[in-house]
Design a binder for this molecule. Structure first.
Ligand code: ZN
Ligand code: ZN
Length: 179
């Protein structure tokens, strides 16, 4: 039975406090989370011109590794992602699909020349995974700026959001998030 959500750490990239992700994501997403490691030759998806990595191509590679009992899979990488029409991406998801991909590159204070903050990086990573998972469950962007499904252009937008779905989004999915 496909009842598990896999958090797939790409090329040994384990964000800070990653051990807490399963427990914390479980507040909204009532599935069993499992961890796997994925080895992906990211050079294949690198654009020399942009000095970034093609998100959609990496996502399809992640989906190739979908375990048979997987309900969803979320790849987690530290490289900077792009798609041709966008300057960068925090993450990408298949709408109502099985896969998502999240990058911590622009969630990290290091990128902005600010002091390291592992706790903040963890919270941002958790929000971004929750956001992309929301899309895989068919949620669109939410107008409520506190909702984790609110769209984020800048990292400051992510910091404005809570870690969970708003009441309206919870209702759409017929679930209840625990605080
Ligand atoms: Zn989104
Ligand atoms: Zn919402």
């Amino acid at each position: 039975m496909s009842n598990k959500i896999y958090l797939a750490f790409i090329n040994e990239h384990f964000p800070p406090c990653w051990e807490n992700l399963a427990h914390d994501l479980n507040r909204c997403v009532h599935f069993k989370f499992e961890h796997i490691r994925l080895k992906i030759d990211l050079n294949l998806f690198y654009s020399h011109e942009r000095q970034q990595y093609h998100s959609t191509l990496i996502l399809s590679r992640v989906l190739n590794s979908l375990p048979p009992d997987a309900h969803r899979i979320v790849g987690i990488t530290q490289v900077d992602l792009y798609i041709p029409i966008l300057t960068f991406l925090f993450g990408e998801a298949q709408f109502n699909g099985a896969g998502a991909l999240v990058s911590t590159f622009r969630l990290n204070n290091k990128f902005y020349g600010l002091p390291k903050d592992d706790k903040l990086l963890y919270i941002r990573t958790r929000k971004e995974i929750m956001h992309e998972l929301g899309h895989t469950f068919g949620l669109v962007h939410c107008q409520n700026f506190k909702c984790v499904m609110h769209s984020s252009t800048y990292v400051e937008d992510i910091d404005m959001k809570t870690t969970i779905l708003c009441q309206d989004c919870q209702k759409i999915l017929g679930i209840e998030c625990r605080e």
